[in-house]
Write a protein of this length. Structure first.
Length: 192
């Protein structure tokens, strides 16, 4: 069975976006970016909400021939463009190359995607989509990059959960920037 990995950057106070939809002045350092590159490189598919998809437009527009573009950014953009994306949206999103609108019930569609063997499915989205996937038991791993900052106000990742989410830490890593990567599984998931 394919695994579903949820990865997001949040602040120390649990925000995934400030009131304007950004993340303050947080800019991942190269080693943090390389971690994200590896996740995208290894993903067989990506499932994400429309807002996150729109934010990621930068990677589709990035000029890979621009000498000012760093190697780590060029690498991420290449992996991003190669990986099939499935966008969850109630409307009619403007889709770019290698993207489709996820039709039907997101929970049932992702359950079908998980069947069989294959590379992991990267999952990303805001509080509503996160809660839907978590409450349905779709997510196998939670990878939270904690930015070394607090916003005080904004969009809280865990705001829409129906039940408390009990997690078991499987790995942690502190980056030189002060950002901390925490990798979890559900506490009721089998060990190993």
């Amino acid at each position: 069975m394919r695994r579903v990995i949820y990865h997001i950057t949040i602040t120390t106070d649990g925000m995934y976006a400030d009131p304007d939809g950004g993340l303050g002045d947080f800019d991942p350092a190269e080693d943090e970016h390389r971690y994200a590159n590896d996740l995208v490189r290894d993903a067989g598919d990506m499932v994400m909400g429309r807002v996150m998809y729109d934010v990621m437009d930068y990677w589709d527009r990035l000029d890979l021939d621009d000498p000012e573009v760093s190697d780590v950014e060029r690498e991420f953009a290449t992996f991003w463009r190669e990986t099939p994306k499935h966008v969850v949206s109630r409307g009619d999103p403007a889709l770019r190359a290698n993207a489709t609108k996820l039709e039907g019930d997101v929970v049932e569609t992702v359950r079908r995607m998980k069947e069989g063997d294959g590379p992991p499915i990267m999952f990303g989205g805001g509080a509503d989509l996160f809660a839907t996937a978590t409450d349905a038991g779709l997510i196998d791993e939670y990878r939270l990059l904690i930015a070394p900052m607090a916003l005080g106000q904004g969009k809280r990742l865990f705001a829409e959960l129906e039940e408390p989410l009990k997690l078991r830490l499987t790995s942690s890593h502190t980056f030189p920037s002060g950002a901390v990567l925490l990798e979890y599984v559900r506490r009721d998931a089998p060990a190993g």
